[in-house]
Design a protein around this ligand. Sequence first.
Ligand SMILES: Nc1ncnc2c1ncn2[C@@H]1O[C@H](COP(=O)(O)OP(=O)(O)OP(=O)(O)O)[C@@H](O)[C@H]1O
Ligand SMILES: [Mg+2]
Length: 255
Amino acid sequence: MRTTPTWLVSEPCTDVDLGVIKSGKEAQVHLIERTADATAEQVGGESCRFARKRYLPREVKQKGQLEALGFQRSSAFVNDVQYREGRQFRKSRDRRAVERMSTYGKHLLQDRWTGHEHEVMSRLWHAGMTVPYPIAYGDDVFDLEYIGDDSQAAPQLQAARLSAAQLRDAFDQLVAGLRCMTREGLAHGDMSAYNLLWWEEQLWFIDFPQAIDIAANLQGLDFLHRDVVNVCAWFQRKGLDVDEEEVFADLLVEI
Ligand SMILES: Nc1ncnc2c1ncn2[C@@H]1O[C@H](COP(=O)(O)OP(=O)(O)OP(=O)(O)O)[C@@H](O)[C@H]1O
Ligand SMILES: [Mg+2]
């Protein structure tokens, strides 16, 4: 079991937003500086930096957008959400609100979406995978370990300049991460060189809101296969000789 990282300063504390690291269509990621307050219990003054992901409400605006996210029917999505979180919209009022996508229904889904990413990353972090430490989540925000330094955030794998040896190493780390995730019964669902960061010789896995439980989802293996094919295609384009079907077959052994 991994223990809470020592770099995280304790509460009570004061957070200052240092600006946007990356702004996109689904989320905006900010750099936050947290300083411990001085109280009777703590001296205060220690500080740390982390990333704060703010989800934009786009994802759950309309049923059609859910389909665009890869779910064939909105009801299938609702089922996925139920499965993924291991609990259900028990109240029929909540279920109907989600199915009708009323304002209240959207709020329920958005909340689960945010919580889901935190939950998945906590599981994977504890399983030893190279994911940023998930600190906490609230309504539409998710705080997590920042990957980078004072001068720059870690580049996405697609933008990193890797030597041939580093490319092979990144691929080996990718397979190790995929194995870990599959062993945990999860598929990322949006695996690409945009959702991997490269920093100090390490490959970091990020962006898990759409992660699914392989066994509980009818299309679980299809999602896993699509992830493997997509990300292997990137390595192949970079000149690495990798066989996506071999990688996929090796992962199936982990299930
Ligand atoms: N912990 C982190 N440390 C450093 N940079 C990060 C971190 N998390 C995210 N980023 C940066 O922010 C980008 C967007 O984050 P993420 O992929 O989680 O959100 P997204 O929903 O895909 O948003 P978008 O639509 O902008 O791609 C990442 O590709 C990465 O460049
Ligand atoms: Mg992303």
